[in-house]
Design a protein around this ligand. Structure first.
Ligand SMILES: C=CC1=C(C)c2cc3[nH]c(cc4nc(cc5[nH]c(cc1n2)c(C)c5CCC(=O)O)C(CCC(=O)O)=C4C)c(C)c3C=C
Ligand code: FE2
Ligand code: FE2
Length: 368
């Protein structure tokens, strides 16, 4: 019998590869206390808020948490489903579909999802993958556009986790996919499908989550990547520069954020006489509070109140087949060189390995 070699089969186990889809996170329930817990973790992240800690601690605990937790909880309650938070449900489904899409392409990988804030947490998921014998991990942030506040924050949490781990896995980290062809095509298909049923709007608003403007000035690539996504998508849809507008939503606090802001933009358009608007949020790959409540409820109301007549929110990519295929392709591009393809000879080695392990366990008097 042939013996299996290291490091492919280290510690007597077959080394496995995992892909981890990491999204922002969401509260465990639409209640003030759960939202407070979530915001406390989220807004204490130095990547998200760069204000010096003692000052920020006072603002966070004295103003933001006491006031915002209850307000945000009401908003969460308006989009919560019987299965929980939309963001979590979509992320969970995307991860499970991704395994299938990668499987169809011949890759045998474990696929997990984690949340940067809340649960399942990054350390818990990485710990579980270690127990499962995964020795190669591809991190796939759920953000097409890189930002230090989101993507780099994932990296921080991962690095912090491995500070406590002696035997680390091999790691790869996807930085962005704002210009990925499959992603742009999936967005195009989703918009065209919408237009086939509802007709075309006078203007298409592409609304991205905002950031403090200071972060752009300090070198964050996010703003630039949002504009590149918008330009590629407009080209793919055959839109002229007067057919669409890019804007930034979800501003928090008093500092200036990336402009133009979404709500004032749609109000201005309504006042200029635009009767029908469609809004799409290409930076969010899953519907969440920011799209379902802020855009589809608040911004819709702003537009109609300012004189607009028809407002359509075009849903996020969520689990659309074109998007799941694109996500699998993005993962696949980063799996190159890792032995994830299950060939007949690997299967045979796995079978032999299982036999050896069982025989060895029996010899030592342990469990098979
Ligand atoms: C300083 C504050 C914030 C920065 C910077 C920020 C950047 C940022 N956020 C997303 C994506 C999402 N944000 C979501 C919710 C959310 N964002 C902030 C604040 C900042 N975000 C808060 C306080 C909240 C919670 C809700 C609220 O109280 O308003 C969500 C939705 C989460 C959900 O549970 O549904 C997403 C997604 C990106 C992409 C980004 C920077 C590029
Ligand atoms: Fe946010
Ligand atoms: Fe918001």
């Amino acid at each position: 019998m042939r013996f299996l070699k290291e490091p492919e089969y280290s510690h007597g186990k077959i080394a496995k590869t995992a892909v981890v889809l990491i999204n922002l996170g969401t509260p465990d329930a639409p209640t003030t206390s759960a939202v407070r817990r979530y915001l406390k973790q989220f807004l204490w992240d130095r990547r998200v808020v760069e204000v010096p800690r003692p000052i920020w601690w006072l603002i966070l605990h004295g103003v933001i948490l006491p006031f915002r937790s209850g307000q945000s909880a009401k908003k969460y309650a308006s989009v919560w489903t019987k299965d929980g938070s939309p963001l979590k449900i979509h992320t969970q489904k995307q991860a499970s579909l991704l395994k299938g899409y990668l499987g169809e392409r011949g890759h045998e990988v474990q696929v997990a999802y984690a949340m940067r804030y809340g649960s399942p947490s990054i350390p818990d998921v990485l710990q579980k993958l270690k127990q499962d014998g995964c020795e190669r991990i591809l991190i796939l942030p759920a953000y097409p556009q890189y930002s230090a506040t989101t993507t780099a924050s994932n990296f921080d949490a991962i690095a912090q986790h491995y500070q406590q781990v002696r035997n680390m896995p091999e790691l790869r980290f996807v930085k962005n996919y704002h210009d990925n062809d499959g992603y742009i095509q999936a967005l195009k298909l989703s918009i065209m499908n919408h237009w086939q049923t509802h007709g075309r709007p006078e203007k298409l608003v592409m609304s991205f989550h905002g950031l403090p403007k200071a972060f752009l000035l300090r070198g964050d690539a996010y703003h630039c990547e949002c504009y590149k996504t918008a330009r590629l998508l407009a080209d793919r849809l055959g839109l002229g520069k007067d057919d669409y507008v890019v804007s930034f939503q979800s501003r928090l606090g008093r500092a200036e954020w990336l402009q133009p802001y979404t709500a004032p933009t749609v109000i201005k358009l309504a006042k200029e006489g635009v009767k029908r608007l469609d809004v799409v949020c290409p930076g969010f790959i899953a519907d969440c509070l920011e799209t379902l409540e802020e855009i589809s409820m608040e911004v819709r109301a702003d537009f109609l109140k300012a004189g607009g007549k028809e407002f359509n929110y075009i849903p996020c990519l969520n689990e659309s087949p074109a998007w799941m295929r694109a996500l699998a392709e993005i993962a696949e591009q980063h799996l190159i060189g890792w032995p994830t393809m299950i060939t007949a000879s690997v299967r045979e080695e796995q079978k032999q390995h299982a036999l050896i392990s069982r025989a060895e366990a029996k010899r030592l008097g342990g469990e098979a």
